[in-house]
Design a protein around this ligand. Structure first.
Ligand code: PLP
Length: 345
């Protein structure tokens, strides 16, 4: 599969490392039936560029190239009050010399605070031009279009990046990741039985599904829903995967069974902590010095741990966890992560 016809900016100058997690694997095995568990590895997409980078870095390589090709002077995007996607989009805009505006959806009422730490602090530090806060359930595309219209009336030209950077073009970032992973496995003589990834706005999971199909990578992918259970999440991922395949001109129908997600780990609500997330973040930190985030990778790792304990991820199988980033939001949840305040079960 040849991605070279799609314009791309480069924000990372290396392949993100594949690292074994022997101490976390052993600690997990000790809590699995028979004391045996899977062999865990991680792909460090938290080390992507636009530091502290994450999965949005890969999507933005294609989206920003498109914004520049269209002559934009401003990028508009949207997200939650602690959005990693907004922060990384802002970094990319700064790097490209463009202005950047956000529409922030207050998904948890009352969660927006002008003086918040974490990503919100970084929005201010890197100089977001303006930020509009709208209530949960608002029509985000319409709200972003209103900002774009306002700029157009001033003679400016805005480019709208959809939430999470998850459209067909953004999904190409994870087709590129699939190719990078395939090459690494070839060069390092590695084989993985399963890939586990957090599944949200779906560009990452859907892009990987498309990239695995197009490159004939047979490794099953398990998406851990970070905001939806499978009945709602899987159609979203399928649609994204199909859109990416269509953009690449693959001429394939994405099989429904190529999309598999697991629910039950994101509750009580998107972005709010739960006890299994806290356990996962603590285990990764204390056995590997690996920092996960409370909103995405902590819940995704909690899903991986749960699947290992129930035997769905088999003892002795080799499981690759995709670390999608998100570190700044550790700092908005410090007390919960240290077990100092009660969280949902
Ligand atoms: C956005 C995000 C995800 C989810 O990826 P999607 O492509 O939106 O499904 C996972 N992890 C982190 C850290 C994120 O910021």
């Amino acid at each position: 599969m040849d991605l070279s016809r799609f314009p791309r900016r480069r924000y990372t100058s290396y392949a993100t490392p594949l690292e074994p997690l022997p101490r976390l694997s052993a600690a997990l095995a000790a809590t699995c039936p028979g004391g045996q568990g899977p062999e865990l590895w991680v792909k460090r997409d938290d080390l992507l560029g636009l530091f502290p980078g994450g999965n949005k870095t890969r999507k933005l390589e294609f989206l920003m190239a498109d914004a520049l090709a269209q002559g934009a002077d401003t990028v508009i995007t949207c997200g939650a009050p602690q959005s990693n996607h907004c922060r990384i989009t802002l970094s990319a805009a700064v790097k490209e010399g463009l202005q950047c505006r956000f529409v922030i959806e207050e998904r948890v009422p009352g969660s927006f605070a002008e003086d918040a730490s974490g990503n919100h602090f970084l929005f201010r530090l890197m100089g977001v031009e303006a930020l509009t806060v709208v209530p949960a359930g608002s029509h985000m595309a319409a709200a972003m279009q209103a900002v774009a219209d306002e700029l157009a009336a001033q003679g400016r030209r805005a480019y709208i990046v959809p939430g999470g950077g998850s459209n067909a073009l953004g999904g190409l970032g994870y087709v590129a990741c699939a190719q990078e992973l395939q090459q690494q496995c070839f060069e390092q003589g590695l084989h993985f039985d399963t890939l586990v990834v957090g599944s949200g706005s779906s560009g990452t999971h859907g892009g990987l599904v498309a990239g695995f199909l197009g490159n004939h990578i047979p490794m099953p992918i398990i998406g851990i829903g970070v905001s939806r259970d499978p009945a709602d999440q899987e159609p979203l991922v399928w649609k994204e995967a199909q859109a990416v395949c269509d953009l690449m001109g693959l001429g394939v129908q994405v099989p429904r069974e190529a999309v598999h997600t697991v629910g039950g780990y994101w509750q009580p609500k998107y972005s709010l902590p739960n006890a299994r997330m806290v356990e996962a973040v603590q285990m990764a930190a204390r056995f590997e010095g690996l920092l996960l985030d409370p909103v995405y990778t902590g819940k995704a790792m909690a899903g991986l741990i749960g699947l290992a304990r129930e035997g769905t991820l088999k003892a002795g199988s080799r499981v690759l966890f995709l670390h999608t980033g998100g570190l700044p939001s550790l700092h908005v949840n410090e007390a919960a992560l240290l077990g100092q305040v009660a969280v949902a079960p």
